[in-house]
Design a protein around this ligand. Sequence first.
Ligand code: FES
Length: 118
Amino acid sequence: MPEVAAAPAPSPLCRLDDIPDGQAKGISWGGGAAREDILVARRGDAAYAYRNRCPHVGTTLDWTPDRFMSADGLHLQCATHGALFRVEDGFCLRGPCAGRSLSALLIRVTDGAVYLDE
Ligand code: FES
């Protein structure tokens, strides 16, 4: 009987501990034309992931690397025109794209690691 090679274990986006509670982290995922900028936000033991692309004009949200939160720490904020997004579902509460949402990605947290559910 021929041996069947085991599928390689998926790589995590990051570890939950890589993200300070209440903050978010930017991740460049994949390579070549498939490369995507992703952000993962942490709230305690929960994590939320979105494409790092503002629904207004498509720029990345971060002010500087891994700086995604509004000054009060409550919302994700776009650095370009200041739109505010709920962490839990990416809905834009205020700004030029109010009523629209960040593009959410399915993730799971297993043994402290955050995986993309592709
Ligand atoms: S590009 Fe994000 S609010 Fe304008």
